[in-house]
Structures are given as structure tokens and as C-alpha cells.
Design a protein. Structure first.
Length: 336
């Protein structure tokens, strides 16, 4: 049968989200429209990343190419694409991007109810050597009444209505949660559509991999040092864990989500708040981890309970398999 060679009933991301939204009678389709604009941004960045080596899109912002044209760095280009796609959706009111120092308030004529926080191209230091990079995003709904204000995005991560990332790797994969589990979609380049390939992702309860930049070990605090020591020299008779660290958060978190284990970017003496940004790195990934049955911890509290006071604030983060994060929590509790 022809139907055996070709799957004919395709669950695209649009169809999937429309199905999910139809469960809510009050839904006006706004979220589906917003998401389709995010998806457009992801497809654009995917195609730009794939062409980067060829098109010589890479290079310092402001550098000129042989034709004397100004070239944009991929992360600057990605940011422009996402900002324009989000504003033109007519469904957003505040945007926070890693690339922009200040939040963008959308003009009244184009305004909607959603606030989107995002890192348009995370891990960009990896672009030149072809390592997987990604876009990370989180979505809040503006509080009712009054003008949109910064407080609408300075909310704990648990208030997000959706979060996700798109990984530009050997394939282009979009992983998203709207609060009812986690689903993964892979871009079929011949169709230009994201197709459901990873339904209802659940992270293994315990993993065999730890993922951290060990080059910072000299400056770590006690609990982090003890934890990593335990991964390498377990005293309970279990096997040592494997170390995998790409240095690209989307890729490291994606592997953690699928294979289990723990990803950590702890505090250290040089960066007491760690490196990763609360709003558009820590929160979306923590949201996905919890939705997949894992945990996310800052060293002090549940990551999604954090109340950020600055849009570019940083926090230490330990996220992944439920049992692995339990262990690091116990080490921090013993410290007190
Ligand atoms: P970036 O936003 O400047 O790209 O930095 C974020 C990246 C993450 O993708 C990754 O987890 C982390 O930085 C790696 O940092 P390090 O090189 O210190 O290990
Ligand atoms: Mg980043």
C-alpha cells in the first residue's frame, strides 16, 4: 500500500495545538496564532543556521562581505526575525530578548495578551564549529486591567502558560509544553511543517549522565563539589555516571530530557549567580523538566518559584531526572 510508505495522517504542531486549545471553550485561537509566529521564526533561524557556512552569514556584526554588504551575525539576525514575527502576530504586548537590553513594549494597535521571553539563538559561541544551538522561549499572559508593565514579565516561572525550545541540530526539533505534558516535533523540511515525533516526553526517573562545565570546579561551592565527586566515585556500589557536556544549553537539556540525568550550571566564586538567565533560559527549561516528570532546583529553592527582579537576572540551576535532583537538594539541605 502507498499508505505504508507514506504516513498520511500527519499531526502537525498547528493541528496539535488547535486540538489542545479546543478543550478550553473560552479559547479564542490567540495562542495558536502566537505559536504559528514562533514556529515561523524557528523555521527561518533553522534555514539560516543550515546555510551559515555557505552563505558566510557568520562573522562579527558590522563586518562586511566581499560584495561590501554589511553582514549580520546570526544571533542578531535571529533576534530581528523573532521580534518582527512576534510583534506582527498581534498577540503580544511585551517581549524580553537576551539580545535586547530593554524589554520591548508592543504598540497599542498591534497589542495582544501574551508576553514572550526568549533567547533567539542560545549557544551562539558554538556556531562556527557546527554544534547544535537553539532558541528558548517562555510565554506569560499579561495581568488583567491597566497598561502592560515590566511586572507582567517579572513573574515566577510557574506562572508561564507555555515554554519550549527549538534545537537546530542534525534535525530541527521543537519541544513545547502548554502545561499538560511535553511534546516534541521534528521539522520535515520537504513539507516545511513540524510533525509530532516525540509524544508525551517523560524524563527517566534516574539517569546515568551528568552535564556540567567542570573547568569551573576550582570555584564551586561545597554541595556542587560533593555531588560531582559522587557522580565519579559513587560510594553506594553504583556505577559512576558518564559526563556529557556540549556547552550549548538546548542540546545539553534536550539530551537530559530524552536520556535522563542531570544538567547543572552552579554558582561559583567568580559568578555567584551562575551564568544562565532566569527568564529565558532557566524558567523555560525548568518548566519543561517539571512537565516531563523531572525537577529543577536553584540550590535554594524550586526554580519555578523564583521571583525575578530584573529581566536579565541570572540563577544557578540544577535540572533533570527526579532522583538525581533529589540528591543535589539533599546535599544543599545538609549544608544549612
Ligand atoms: P550564551 O547565551 O552567551 O550563548 O551562553 C549560554 C550558554 C548555554 O547555552 C550553555 O549552557 C552555557 O552558556 C555554557 O557556558 P560555559 O561555556 O561557561 O560552560
Ligand atoms: Mg543564551
Amino acid at each position: 500500500h502507498a499508505a505504508d510508505a507514506y504516513r498520511t495522517d500527519l499531526m502537525t504542531i498547528t493541528r496539535f495545538v488547535l486540538n489542545e486549545q479546543s478543550k478550553y471553550p473560552e479559547s479564542r485561537g490567540d495562542f495558536s496564532i502566537l505559536l504559528s509566529h514562533i514556529v515561523l521564526g524557528c523555521k527561518f533561524v533553522c534555514s539560516a543556521v543550515n546555510k551559515a557556512g555557505l552563505a558566510k552569514l557568520i562573522g562579527l556584526a558590522g563586518e562586511t562581505n566581499v560584495q561590501g554588504e554589511e553582514q549580520k551575525k546570526l544571533d542578531v539576525l535571529s533576534n530581528e526575525v523573532f521580534v518582527k514575527a512576534l510583534v506582527s502576530s498581534g498577540r503580544t504586548c511585551i517581549l524580553v530578548s537576551e539580545e535586547d537590553e530593554k524589554a520591548t513594549f508592543v504598540e497599542k494597535s498591534n497589542r495582544g495578551r501574551y508576553c514572550v521571553v526568549f533567547d533567539p539563538l542560545d549557544g551562539s559561541s558554538n556556531i562556527d564549529c557546527g554544534v547544535s544551538i537553539g532558541t528558548i522561549f517562555g510565554i506569560y499572559i499579561v495581568k488583567d486591567g491597566g497598561e502592560p508593565a515590566l511586572d507582567d514579565v517579572l513573574q515566577p516561572g510557574k506562572n508561564m502558560v507555555a515554554a519550549g525550545y527549538c534545537m537546530y541540530g542534525s534535525s530541527c526539533t521543537l519541544v513545547i509544553s502548554t502545561g499538560g505534558g511535553v511534546n516534541g516535533f521534528t521539522l520535515d523540511p520537504s513539507l516545511g511543517e513540524f510533525i509530532l515525533t516525540h509524544p508525551d516526553i517523560k524524563i527517566p526517573k534516574k539517569g546515568k549522565i551528568y552535564s556540567v562545565n567542570e573547568g569551573n570546579a576550582k570555584n564551586w561551592d561545597g554541595p556542587t563539589t560533593k555531588y560531582v565527586e559522587k557522580c565519579k566515585f559513587p560510594k553506594d556500589g553504583s556505577s559512576p555516571k558518564s559526563l556529557r557536556y556540549i556547552g550549548s544549553m538546548v542540546a545539553d537539556v534536550h539530551r537530559t530530557l530524552l536520556y535522563g540525568g542531570i544538567f547543572l550550571y552552579p554558582a561559583d566564586k567568580k559568578s555567584p549567580n551562575g551564568k544562565l538567565r532566569v527568564l529565558y533560559e532557566v524558567f523555560p527549561m525548568s518548566f519543561l523538566m517539571e512537565q516531563a516528570g523531572g525537577q529543577a532546583f536553584t540550590g535554594k529553592q524550586r526554580a519555578l518559584d523564583l521571583l525575578p527582579s530584573d529581566i536579565h537576572e541570572r540563577s544557578p540551576i540544577f535540572l533533570g531526572s527526579y532522583d538525581d535532583v533529589e540528591e543535589i537538594k539533599a546535599l544543599y539541605a545538609a549544608e544549612e
